[in-house]
Design a protein around this ligand. Sequence first.
Ligand code: ATP
Ligand code: MG
Length: 388
Amino acid sequence: MVTVKKMSNINLAKKVISILKQNGYEAYMVGGVVRDYLLKMPVSDIDITTNAKPYQVSKLFKTKPTGVKYGTVTVYLGTNAFEVTTYRIESEYQDNRHPEEVSFEATVEDDVKRRDFTINGMLMTEALEIIDYVGGKADLQAKMIKTIGNPIDRFNEDALRIMRAFYFQAKLGFQIDKETREAIHTLRGKLLEISNERILMEMIKMFKGPYLKKAIHTMITTGVHEVLPGLKEGLLYVNTLEEMPYIDNFFTLSFALHGSIPNEWKFSNKHRHRYETGAYLAKQPQPYDPYTLYTYGLDFCLLGNRIAYILGYAPNLKQTIEKEYQQLPIQSDLDLKLSATEMIEAVGKKAGAWVKQLQTKMVIEILNRRLVNEKEALRAYAISEQKE
Ligand code: ATP
Ligand code: MG
């Protein structure tokens, strides 16, 4: 099923190319699609490179202007989308080569040479022929991740490529070429200039890779673990493990080891809260006491224990935690059998901060099984507590 769908995507890409060619333009599939096609791997998204300008592409297809500034439009064919990008040249290179040219037209060869790695720099025609200006085929055969051109220059242009090298290693299990690895080591500090959102995006992809362990190992041998805020201890730790954690668990355990979440990481509030709470709970005594189970809830307590388990702080207590949580005499203050209104009525005092305080006291008494969660018992407790 899946393969049929992927094949038909390539067939549709062939159709996009053929329409562009019929209209006098050049067009090729490029990048990941060519690499994955040659590796007989499922193709995720299909990029097409062309000498047609975005406005010319949009005259021929149903399109959306996804990144016209960078020459990209998304072309729709039925429910399938293709990123169609006009040939580009790395701007510095362009300046050096054609200083006085005003409107320089990039060729397809320029376009592949501005790309990151040789295995990502191959072109494929409508007839599925491979055109390789960068030695990508040989490197694919040798299972090698190698920058197109001098790695020092290429990482200086864009340090995110450092993270991309690790992503492709995690995805494909390839080696990173020695010179490329040395340049990563030399220029790793430049990652500090890259926005953390972009680094995070590459890390999320990396953590889905079947060869993640290999990539993490290279991150350490190239010293990249030292420049990612708050992740050094976590990377060194998981490098000693057989099995790699999911990314959320990795961040949680890293920040537990580091002691805080560096502000550079622009996580959503939800994720930050999750990592913070998980890291805190990982270090709490386990199994958790009823008040901790009640306060943080089942999911966070399970997370805390999972992290503690990975870190060797506690045994795997999943079942105990689930059972003890289910057996809590009360799981939320909404479960209190005496409502706030009834409490105010019973005590005969004006509503105020005391209501919340009294509810908390009741919950603690119930959790410690010194009070039963029944209306009459709670009413009597409320009156006796508020007498003075
Ligand atoms: P994936 O399977 O993850 O989609 P991909 O190779 O298609 O892998 P993309 O991030 O989709 O990677 O980028 C598409 C292509 O654009 C790459 O194959 C590469 O040729 C080029 N590219 C992407 N990012 C960069 C970059 N930072 N520098 C140079 N070229 C890049
Ligand atoms: Mg892609």
